[in-house]
Design a protein around this ligand. Structure first.
Ligand SMILES: Cc1ncc(C[n+]2csc(CCOP(=O)(O)OP(=O)(O)O)c2C)c(N)n1
Ligand SMILES: [Mg+2]
Length: 328
């Protein structure tokens, strides 16, 4: 089914928004860290895992979600939370460790929680998958039409929690959609040496749930597959799995020497860039001029700059607050 102009433009705007945010965070991350990479230095201390290149997955799935649909994410969470509709200022402040951040500066980039959007994430690979099933079970018991979504990487699909979660979701017919983002690597380990099946979509059959593979560079393909899966769950017809084949443009983490890549690999994936693919479709339809594309880029650059200014100008939490809101 052909998507209408408004839907396609919304998707395009979201792709550009996520890319612009990630590339700006990537630039700011290196402030004061170089020339000898000092992970603790600069305005954004600690590890950083960016989502550039994978935007179509978050945008295509989250376009179908409501604020009250629970989403669990990973150590690479920015794109999912932006697509869910987060306030960029609060998110950027959290990444900077500031008091005005989503978690009052105590979570940082890997621990972004937004109760207003029913969103959580964390650094334990696969840790969010059982949480999504738990949320879906609660939704089912409360007879609501909400849907839980778990985003995770193809590396996470090899841990026990994935298999237990998909099995129980199948048993309970819980309203959850598992979104495997297959970006070819878990850190430096290619899927071919860690995974017994060629495609994680094949694993759906083992647990009796519908599963499809989609081109994760193509936001329309993701949007259509996610639309079916999410509508099925809202109708009370149980869980689904979507495997999106995608590619991250930056290292596993910032500072990754990327010695595991094949020569020319990244350049060839960039030829299938999600923003360019959708941009070309919109232009071919006469729905996006170069000037309009530039205006969207300028708007997103301004939104990210506003978030940056807010984060930089916000105070740090006071040292005596360190033990508040934590299990001690
Ligand atoms: C339980 C657990 N094991 C190992 C790690 C270390 N680790 C962090 S990210 C990562 C790879 C994850 O790969 P994947 O699930 O494919 O996600 P991607 O980074 O590709 O988005 C690993 C092994 C961890 N954080 N948690
Ligand atoms: Mg991966």
């Amino acid at each position: 089914m052909a998507l209408d102009k408004a839907t396609l433009l919304d998707l395009y705007r979201m792709l550009v928004k996520i890319r612009t945010f990630e590339e700006r965070v990537g630039a700011m991350y290196y402030e004061e860290k170089l020339p000898a990479f000092d992970i603790a230095a600069g305005p954004i201390p600690g590890e950083m895992h960016l989502y550039s290149g994978q935007e179509a997955v978050a945008a295509g799935v989250c376009a179908h979600l409501r604020p009250d649909d629970p989403v669990t994410s990973t150590h690479r969470p920015h794109g999912h939370l932006i697509a869910k509709g987060v306030d960029l200022k609060k998110m950027m402040a959290e990444i900077f460790g500031k008091k005005t951040g989503l978690c009052q500066g105590k979570g940082g980039h890997m621990h972004l929680f937004d109760p207003s959007l029913h969103f959580g994430c964390g650094g334990i690979v696969g840790g969010g998958i059982p949480h999504a099933v738990g949320a879906a079970l609660a939704i089912k018991k409360q007879k609501q039409d909400r849907v839980a979504v778990a985003f995770f990487g193809e590396g996470a699909a090899n841990i026990g929690a994935f298999h237990e979660s998909v099995n129980l979701a199948g048993v309970w017919q819980a309203p959850v959609v598992f979104v495997v983002e297959d970006n070819l690597y878990a850190i430096s380990v290619p899927k071919s040496v860690s995974t017994s099946v060629r495609s994680n979509a094949e694993r759906g059959a083992a647990y009796g749930i519908p599963a499809v593979q989609v081109d994760g560079q193509d936001v329309v393909a993701v949007y259509e597959a996610a639309g079916e899966a999410i509508a099925r769950a809202r109708r009370g017809e149980g869980p689904s799995l979507i495997e999106a084949i995608c590619y991250r443009y930056r290292g596993h983490f910032e500072g990754d020497a990327e010695g595991y890549l094949q020569q020319g690999e990244k350049a060839s994936w960039k030829e299938k860039d999600p923003i360019n693919i959708l941009g070309a479709q919109l232009k071919a339809q006469g729905w996006l001029s170069d000037a309009e594309a530039q205006a969207i880029q300028d708007e997103m650059t301004a939104q990210v700059a506003e978030a940056e200014t807010f984060a930089r100008q916000s105070p740090y939490p006071a040292p005596e607050e360190a033990l508040q809101h934590v299990f001690a």
